[in-house]
Write a protein that binds this ligand. Structure first.
Ligand code: SAM
Ligand code: SF4
Length: 328
């Protein structure tokens, strides 16, 4: 088993987008109330008193959309300055990034992953929802701002959906030809919008690799990061392409992460709720932090079994919570 030292922290479960693959159609999600969000101070306490002493040293801020959390820059500053933080990253849709990229950089953020499912503004709007001028332009500005400020390698996440954006695989891969960017193709999972999944299906990473290979060739590559992506490079390209193949290849055995939800639930596995632990209630009730650390330590020790249970069950079901709610 790998060392489990990576925590994905959801700052908020709300989002300013409604991506087809992430948010269920016609379902009103029950959002966490603001009073139930872990506050900046609570996050600091949990990291300093519970997670860092247990060996967690790599953190990713996510959501929902982390940039709509009003104190996101302060939270970045707090975590980046904690002695023991070795890596701090963020996953965002970049809609608000053009205004925030510089502040986030100055606050200590150095790595950023941006969701960009299409290069065509109309297709993009169809995926993320909303009316009027396509949100693609703001996202593209956000990506440019992150690039200018110095985030490197800039990582772009693409969820490939048959009949929606799979015709853009080569265009998206071509972004890496003359940029030091890392474009990661993610297999669509039946989390969030099960009916879309049933209707459209998903595209296997190997099919995507084949299309890129036939056009340019493909060789092994490397990129910094903590994730399960398989990394390749188009020969002669400045950047790299990655593949996250959680549907076609189970990587439960390699899972090195836990997730903390916006309202303080610690979850050892994305796909099942076994063992999840409420950290907020004991924290707010002035509970014993040493005891809390012990409980998290026990969960850490139980994680390999929880992973194996997941591996043996197969990743085929539909899940009751969306990635935006769990903290994708
Ligand atoms: N809002 C931010 C964003 O979109 O980058 C961060 C949160 S989002 C839940 C994190 C990641 O989960 C995104 O890269 C998104 O593409 C991915 N995601 C959401 N639903 C998914 C699904 N059903 N299958 C695969 N990836 C999914
Ligand atoms: Fe929002 Fe990210 Fe989900 Fe899209 S994938 S709806 S941007 S949380």
């Amino acid at each position: 088993m790998p060392t489990i030292d990576y925590l994905r922290i959801s700052l908020i479960d709300r989002c300013n987008f409604q991506c087809q693959y992430c948010m269920p159609e016609g379902v009103d999600l029950q959002y966490v109330q603001q009073r139930d969000w872990l506050t900046r101070d609570e996050l600091n306490t949990l990291l300093q008193q519970v997670f860092l002493p247990l060996g967690f040293c790599r953190f990713r801020l996510t959501g929902g959309e982390p940039l709509i959390r009003p104190d996101v820059v302060e939270i970045v500053r707090d975590i980046s300055q904690l002695p023991g933080t070795q890596d701090l990253a963020m996953t965002t849709n970049a809609f608000l990034l053009s205004k925030l990229a510089q502040d986030l950089w100055e606050a200590g953020l150095r790595r950023i992953n941006i969701s960009l499912d299409s290069l065509e503004p109309e297709v993009f709007q169809q995926i993320v929802g909303g009316r009027g001028r396509s949100r693609w332009y703001d996202v593209w500005q956000g990506i440019q701002a992150a690039h200018r400020v110095g985030f490197s390698p800039l990582k772009l996440n693409v969820v490939v959906i048959p009949g929606v954006n799979d015709h853009e695989i080569l265009d998206l891969a071509a972004l890496t030809l003359d940029r030091q960017w890392h474009v990661r193709f993610i297999e669509f999972m039946p989390i969030g919008n099960d009916s879309l999944f049933k209707h459209r299906g998903w595209v296997d990473s190997e099919q995507i690799r084949d299309r890129i290979r036939q056009r340019w060739g493909l060789q092994a590559g490397t990129v910094t990061g903590n994730g399960p992506a398989d990394v390749f490079q188009i020969p002669g390209a400045m950047g790299t392409v990655g593949f996250i193949s959680q549907m076609s290849e189970c990587f439960c055995d390699r899972c090195n992460r836990m997730r903390l939800s916006a309202d303080g639930w610690l979850r050892p596995c994305l796909l099942n709720e076994t063992g999840q632990l409420d950290l907020k209630t004991p924290l707010r009730q002035g509970g014993d932090l040493v005891q809390l650390r012990r409980q998290v330590g026990d969960l850490l020790a139980a994680k390999p079994d929880i992973n194996f249970k997941m591996r043996d069950s197969g990743v085929t079901g539909a899940y009751s919570r969306t990635m935006s709610q769990i903290g994708g």
